[in-house]
Design a protein around this ligand. Sequence first.
Ligand SMILES: [Zn+2]
Length: 449
Amino acid sequence: MMAGGGACWQCGETGGHEATAHVRQEEARLSSEVKCPGQSRSQDMCRICRSRNLHVYLDMGRTPLANSYLRADELGKEEFKEELAIQVCLDCGLSQLTKVVNPDLMFKHYLYVSSTTETFQSHCAELAKTAVAAARCQRGEWVLDIASNDGCLLSKFRDIGMKVVGVDPAVNLAAEANQAGIPTLCDYWSTSSAEVVVSRFGRPKVITATNVFAHADDLHEFLRGVDRCMARHGIFVIECPYVIDFIEKNEFDTAYHEHLSYIGIRPLQTLMAQHGMSLFDVEYFKDLHGGTIRVFVARRGDYPAHSNVQAFLKKEEEFGIADAKRYREFGERVRANKEALVGLVRQLDADGKTIWAYGASAKGNTLMNYFNIPTGLIPVAVDDNPKKWGWYTPGSHMRIANIDELAQGKVDYLLLLAWNFESEIRRRCRAIHYAGRYIVPVPEARVIE
Ligand SMILES: [Zn+2]
């Protein structure tokens, strides 16, 4: 069945209704449900190699879900909280959370929209070009993006002549993408959604999964889905934050309940081998989300392996990716980071300074809640995403505001919670004549003019 042929993306029927009708039904169902107290389970076995040889190295206590923003009338209510702690598998080297929260609590209505930053837009365009070249695609072949968000990446593939389809469980984002002409199935990725893709669209030559692989609980099911639908000689491209940066740069605040795994090349290779696949190239982006790897995967033997793969494995071996000592040192550094930043903020408050935050992001919420910065000490968080304005951050209850308020308010210090966009943020702040200072919280607390 062809895209744009009048059929509904959700059920495949050609009877005159549109996919957004399903989305509206789903929205109505969700809003009629009382927010349940949530379920979670313990992860006591490695997600990849099933070893029980797990070592907990950072426990950030019970925190609210990093993307569960609140309306003003919800501020007095109790928030769902769960333990946020990380452990490493001493056999394959995969870092993973100790608790897995029911994904329905986290992904069904997602306020994060990827298209909001210019940096991300141009990264997507580059990824589309690179993937199409790597797979030697012909125009008109299919590209599938798993967890396609608002369709940003797919629109770049479409711009260079590919047919596109997305899968995303967030009803609001799937609706937006469909309205923008990017066919999007509103569902989680699985073997059954893979079959729906094949029957309604076709076999994708390129499958992408950017910033979702680390969010998937059952990685084996995820790969069975990829294998089920990928075209002959197809490629699967994963982008995720790199665990070595996570450890070396103290990026503890990129941990939140959605982010189940902290990934390196060695554990990925272990995983792919179990599914008849292998890594054939690795790229690295130092500045994207604090350090991101792009991994090219294909069925074993389809593509010759680039020497990069061995180079990364060697680097991880030297680092000690499965060595508990590395992780213990990291835990100690993070605790020192916490003490220093909390001390700084309390001192500034005692001196009568006004502190706001920039970036009401998931990572900001982890930091604010783990560091337990008292509510009210930082009353406002500026954010570029208009969908977040007027909402409050989970746990810390900062009111989220447009940058215009920063121009009017008398703010002395701006805590850069979205430190990964530091230069972009400082450019925007200069443009509105912000004259205060900045606090960069990670890897060490420091003040800049
Ligand atoms: Zn393992």
